[in-house]
Ligand binder design. Sequence first.
Ligand code: ADP
Ligand code: MG
Length: 342
Amino acid sequence: MEPLTPLHELGEFALIRRLQQHIELRQPSTVLGIGDDAAIIAPAAGQELVMTTDLLVEGVHFDLTFSPLRHLGYKAVAVNVSDVAAMNALPTQLVVALSIPARYSVEAIEELYEGLRLACEAYNVDLVGGDTTASRGGLTIGITVLGQVEAGKAVPRSGGRPTDILCVSGDLGGAFLGLQVLEREKQAFLADPETQPELDAYDYVVGRQLRPEARLDIIHELRELGLTPTSMIDISDGLAAEVLHLCAASGTGARVFSEYLPLAQPTLEAAAEFNLDPLTCALNGGEDYELLFTLPVAEHAKIKNHPDITVIGHLTEQNDAVNLITRAGQAVPLQAQGFKHF
Ligand code: ADP
Ligand code: MG
């Protein structure tokens, strides 16, 4: 194996030059990328800009014992793009702020950038700048994404109306179970470093945790169907928390039917193995990065056969509260028990 290059051997400027080498620009709105004091963006006429930022902190949001740096780079972009998608916008540019502990090698940071680069390619985003500093603690990755949406077409959380149908993309609960698998393997490894991780049977849920995808595909498909959601939010903290956010912003109640919640087969199997209720994983697990949105009930026919969109309930008048309707027909108030970082 080639020896690793310590960061101090290269210095900040040479590091940035090296990281910049593989970066391509694709967006017509990027006038100037990395290399000057700031990037220059020329938004297309008639478009509004949306902007969002997310911070990933070692030991809080990720654990490098089981999170490969390449996946981490990809995920850091995906979670931000997911927020842009949840506004009904398409991402165009991003900047990356890195705070790197001295123990990291240049090669490790290049791995992280390979993940960033792959995500930029997948989501058609230009990496146009950043900042790089040393860290006395862990690794911190801050990403800010800029996106564009036709003026007036951005979708807030607040546009939901009573009787609107409540839809989710993909399936839920997988990322949380992936984390349980990874934590278990980590404990087994710490107890006996000779053990080999047994992850093959859990490819799906582990992938959901380590390499989530932002659902830009759903944004494109809704546009093709001529549908604009009345309200939308991405599911980062668990479905229950997001339904409550959407209802609070829209001034509505909701009925969510537990029997309609989309659960993938590998998620059901992992939940059974960990003795966890898959519904609880879907409602409170977090990090699925699917989209939750509402549509007027009159549009139901346009999505009802869509393989990747599930109607899970509908909005109601505010005084009806936000309830989960169980299989037995019982109404139970939804409670947010999303990830607590503090
Ligand atoms: P300044 O002192 O003006 O902040 P820097 O030396 O930090 O300049 O950055 C020089 C250029 O390199 C800028 O265009 C900046 O956006 C870019 N840059 C710095 N760090 C990163 C990074 N981690 N990833 C991408 N671009 C970066
Ligand atoms: Mg700087």
